[in-house]
Design a protein around this ligand. Structure first.
Ligand code: NAG
Ligand code: NAG
Length: 245
């Protein structure tokens, strides 16, 4: 299901309020819903200091071809044209047969501005790649619960902050969920991608206007340039067999 803006306007609450609850609770619920529905861009943060860490740090979550990537915050500087993710939290619309899974909040993102189209971000059940799609495409995968850390800055999935950027092609960083807590060793091995460079990342919310103001984008760019000037350099982090000897 692609949710249009009209459909969204008719969703009464994010988490669903039963009839008969007190006015105070309803009012709190509305405030909570509004906070959950604030639109944000998502930036990758990693603390390591290899060349790859510095390259990936400050990149922004973008969507193209059904997959989620990290690329330059400035659309003009991207290797491939991609739409900048603009996301928020809302309860995932489970099917009757998946209601019992209790997956809570989903993470919808705009995937096109004109017309405004929303899709769900999810982790592929088999490969742990982050992808986006409508309900039919996403429901059998890891669609939630998405949440934030206590300071509301960092995105969590299944209560974990651990994501991994994988260099699938030269300079092309795809985003994965570290569901097994092994920095993807198992799933990349299965896919014959164990030699790919990878960078563990956290995903940080950047509250955005709708659409993001040009001024804001410039600021992010400057920050990134400053970060890139930090030295010294180190080698790539990868599981290449050659490196292991
Ligand atoms: C979901 O997306 C797929 C692929 O784009 C499409 O074929 C299908 O019709 C969509 N389903 C709904 C319910 O919109
Ligand atoms: C979401 O995270 C917050 C802060 O970490 C926590 O207090 C809250 O219980 C979580 N919500 C759910 C539904 O797990």
């Amino acid at each position: 299901m692609v949710i249009g803006l009209l459909a969204l306007a008719s969703i009464p609450t994010v988490t669903g309020v039963a009839f008969g609850v007190s006015e105070q609770r309803k009012s709190n619920q509305r405030k909570e819903d509004a906070r959950r529905m604030l639109k944000f861009n998502i930036d990758a943060v990693c603390e390591g200091d290899t060349d790859d860490d510095r390259d990936v740090n400050g990149r922004r979550v973008v969507v193209r071809d059904d997959k989620v990537y990290l690329d330059d915050p400035d659309p003009r500087k991207r290797t491939y044209p991609a739409f900048t993710s603009l996301a928020f939290y809302i309860e995932y619309p489970e099917l009757d047969e998946t209601k019992g899974l209790d997956r809570g909040l989903g993470l919808p993102t705009y995937v096109s501005a004109n017309p405004p189209l929303l899709n769900w971000i999810y982790a592929d059940f088999e490969t742990h790649e982050l992808k986006y799609g409508n309900r039919t495409q996403s429901v059998d995968h890891v669609v939630g619960p998405w949440n934030w850390t206590e300071d509301e800055k960092t995105i969590t999935l299944e209560e974990s902050v651990s994501f991994v950027a994988v260099e699938e092609e030269e300079g092309e960083w795809a985003l994965y969920f570290d569901r097994d807590g092994d920095e993807l060793a198992a799933v990349l091995e299965e896919q014959g991608m164990i030699d790919c460079a990878f960078v563990p990342v956290n995903l940080v919310r950047r509250i955005a206007e709708e659409p993001p103001a040009p001024q804001q984008q410039q600021k992010t760019q400057q920050t990134q340039q400053t970060q890139q000037q930090k030295q010294p350099s180190q080698g790539k982090r990868s599981r290449s067999r050659e490196e292991k000897g």
